[in-house]
Design a protein around this ligand. Structure first.
Ligand SMILES: [Zn+2]
Length: 285
């Protein structure tokens, strides 16, 4: 792969400096974990309360209460989904992809949680099932369900390729949120944020550090299930990239729908949402 960066001559002790072992930024020993019985009880006594079919190259919204489960299912063919989550009662509390990445790593799976933005910083959802959990990290450094990408968008597409493409996930999510809330389009757009890339297989190249994608290993029937920790408004876009094996901002890739299913479970009655962050917000003043 081409090198993007001119590098200055290394100092004599370059190898010694490179050999310093890494330190995990956020040791997770004190991270609040789901209670031991939560993972099992979230999948116990599932009673379906609704479903939403997301058409290819479109997005749809859905709502779940704290203690309900929602499940994203591959149907018809390999397809990647871009997920946004908001507090159903306050759009300013939304999924924080960057902090979720810092806490759990580049890709998430069963037991990991999707964290909300400041100042709340609390779990919005906990992953309770992932049928692609077997994939691990492949020989290219790729894995599934990333929190490293942003979402495909018409601005970057215009920057790199020119033209006007209107079915990137960013635009799909914007239209869906506007339709759900009644907000004007450009106001709804401000609430769209970096996503969980559901079923997407991505990584960074070892030699140039560039973000890469490859055809998703997802197959019809695969699913990822989440316990809603707070009342949620969600939006899911069926990415125009399909399985994201080639490109992601055009109508050329085969695209398939995604199914979102909502359930009551053994945990639902009287489920208590996690408290917001305990930081006092005085910021030293
Ligand atoms: Zn996309």
């Amino acid at each position: 792969m081409e090198s993007r960066k001119a590098r200055p001559r290394p100092p004599p002790d370059a190898e010694a400096r490179r050999a310093v072992p890494p330190v995990i930024c956020y040791p997770t020993g004190t991270l609040p974990r789901p209670a031991p019985d939560v993972m099992a009880r979230a999948l116990d006594g599932l009673e379906k309360t609704g479903e939403v079919l997301v058409p290819p190259r479109e997005a749809r919204t859905f709502r779940v209460k704290a203690g309900q489960v929602f499940r994203i299912v591959s149907v018809d063919g390999p397809q990647v989904g871009d997920l946004n989550l908001w507090n159903a009662g306050d759009l300013s509390e939304r999924f924080y992809s960057g902090k979720t990445r810092a806490l759990h790593g580049t890709h998430v799976t069963t037991g990991d949680r999707l964290w909300s933005s400041f100042p709340t910083l609390r779990p919005m959802a906990t992953i309770v099932e992932d049928t692609l959990g077997w994939y691990g990290i492949d020989a290219f450094g790729g894995s599934v369900h990333d929190v490293i990408g942003t979402r495909c968008d018409p601005y970057t597409h215009n920057l790199l390729a020119g033209g006007q493409y209107h079915h990137c996930c960013h635009s799909n999510l914007t239209r869906a949120l506007a339709a759900e809330t009644g907000l004007p389009l450009h106001e709804a757009e401000r609430h769209v944020h970096d996503v969980l890339n559901v079923f997407m297989c991505t990584g960074f190249t070892r030699d140039t550090g560039q973000y890469f994608m490859k055809a998703s290993p997802v197959r019809p029937g695969d699913r990822i299930a989440f316990l809603a920790e707070i009342d949620l408004l969600g939006a899911l876009s069926a990415c125009p990239g399909g399985d994201c094996g080639a490109e992601h901002s055009s109508d050329s890739a085969p695209c398939f729908p995604l199914l979102v299913e909502m359930f009551d479970c053994a945990l639902t009655p009287g489920y208590t949402a996690p408290a917001v962050s305990g930081y006092d917000r005085s910021h030293g003043l």
